[in-house]
Design a protein around this ligand. Structure first.
Ligand code: ZN
Length: 296
């Protein structure tokens, strides 16, 4: 390196990180208009037509959360709030299924949550730990026919998380042992929402089925993933982002406890699997996170 280049380089090396300190001093959003704009900026959008569900749901999130001032710290210091969320989830009791080694639902999954996942899971955890949400979910469980699954959309109403049950569109043979008896009515997921949800009942003689179902199906064409995880995988590929919750009754319903797991994925930046046997790449953009056991 010659001395002229050195002379130019030194002042840059000694410069303090001005841009970084300015970002940290950014004021918190105050008005609902400012907050809506900040959430829109925080969440990803896509200009790909096939991924317009990302835009629909994320624009909806920004609009409906505009009045929720408690979201401001997350927008301001995302990493601090990520660490806080991880600690909150760690203090919960869990019901891990341990089917998948890398996707086991443990709190470490918080480290790699995307912004779309982080904002959704943060408001959900807040509302599960404060207010009536746990009892509202309990009412859905209690009003569902024995051994059957319920499901629907998770919406935001007046800034709060709200579970809206939809009718079960399944008309075929219900197979609770295969955990496949809730089917969304046609196009229901095209309505803007924060998550899709379904429940897993406690079945006498079979017990609880905690977390998203997962299975591998081998055929001449290769290996495909089925069950709840397979649905998330297919939807994330089709729509770019997909966010689901599964609520599993823990023990006999008289115990009035449920376990809630997030599962979802984002396909926009995922690398294509080398082939259909490449399950690691297939599942790379699928996240499973056990949020804990709640009593109603
Ligand atoms: Zn399921």
């Amino acid at each position: 390196m010659n001395t002229i280049v050195k002379r130019f380089l030194v002042p840059f090396i000694l410069m303090p990180p001005i841009a970084l300190s300015l970002a940290e001093d950014k004021p918190a959003p105050q008005s609902t208009v400012q907050r809506e704009a900040a959430i829109k900026k925080f969440l990803p959008t896509s200009d790909k037509n096939e991924h317009n569900l990302i835009n629909l749901n994320n624009v909806y999130m920004a609009k409906e959360l505009a009045g929720r001032a408690s979201i401001d710290p997350l927008l301001q210091d995302t990493e601090k709030l990520r660490a806080k969320l991880k600690e909150t989830i760690k203090t919960q009791k869990h019901a891990y299924t341990d089917v998948l080694v890398k996707h086991n639902g443990r709190p470490d999954a918080v480290d790699s949550l995307s912004r779309s996942q982080l904002i959704r899971i943060s408001i959900l955890m807040d509302d599960l730990l404060n207010g009536d949400l746990v009892n509202d979910i309990g009412k859905i469980i209690d009003s569902t026919e024995k051994n059957k699954e319920a499901g629907g959309l998770v919406l935001i109403k007046e800034g709060k998380v709200h579970f809206k049950a939809l009718p079960n569109a399944s008309t075929g043979i219900n197979s609770p042992q295969f955990n496949a008896n809730y089917l969304f009515p046609d196009d229901s997921f095209k309505e803007a929402n924060a998550f899709l949800f379904h429940t897993h009942p406690f079945i006498k003689g079979q017990g609880s089925s905690n977390g998203p179902s997962w299975n591998m199906q081998a055929s001449r064409l290769g290996v495909s993933i089925t069950g709840d995880t397979g649905v998330a995988l297919a939807m994330s590929k089709q729509y770019g982002e997909t966010h689901h919750l599964v609520i599993s009754t823990v023990g006999d319903p008289v115990v009035r406890k449920f376990n809630i797991d997030y599962f979802g994925g984002e396909a926009t930046n995922a690398k294509e699997p080398k082939n259909q046997f490449d399950t690691e790449s297939l599942l790379e953009h699928i996240t499973i996170l056990d949020l804990g056991i709640f009593k109603y």
